[in-house]
Design a protein around this ligand. Structure first.
Ligand SMILES: [Zn+2]
Length: 158
């Protein structure tokens, strides 16, 4: 088994990175102002991440996979990155990470979740998840259904 692909996206690709996290990939977006390209490349290499960038002039680094993301819209960018690396989106990994922290979510029992969600959400027949990083609660509802529909329209599941 090859380990799952992880990403480091430069600051131009924040939205793309967030969608990769939504799909269940470990993806970090960095590039604080003043951070040199070199530091980003070193970080990607040290953490074994594929480097995603809009910048075609990023130098080649031995042992580092980079994808120069040419499309402008994030939908096309997402398809482009998956196609470039021959990756498939896995429905079973959808919504498995916190989109804020990029941390794997933990399941939360209904009893523990119900006092902490709005009444309408408590009516939903859904499992609940919690981010161990920021404490944000996640559940399946219209927002997740809309996201799945959008990904299906994009043909992301092949
Ligand atoms: Zn979080």
């Amino acid at each position: 088994m090859t380990p799952p692909v992880k990403f480091l996206a430069d600051s131009m690709l924040g939205r793309l990175s967030k969608w990769l996290v939504l799909l269940g990939f470990d993806s970090r977006c960095v590039g604080r102002k003043g951070e040199s390209d070199c530091a980003l490349l070193e970080m990607a290499q040290a953490e074994g991440r594929v480097f995603l960038t809009r910048d075609a002039n990023i130098p080649e680094v031995r042992g580092l996979t980079k994808v120069v993301v040419t499309p402008a819209g994030f939908e096309d960018q997402l398809k482009f990155v998956l196609a470039s690396l021959a990756l498939k989106a896995d429905r079973g990994r959808l919504f498995s990470r916190c989109t804020v922290c990029n941390v794997e979510l933990q399941t939360l029992s209904r009893e523990d979740a119900l006092p902490r969600v709005p009444p309408l959400v408590a009516e939903l027949d859904t499992a609940f998840f919690r981010c161990p990083g920021c404490g944000k609660l996640y559940w399946n509802g219209t927002h997740t259904a809309n996201t799945v529909a959008k990904l299906e329209r994009m043909g992301i599941f092949g």
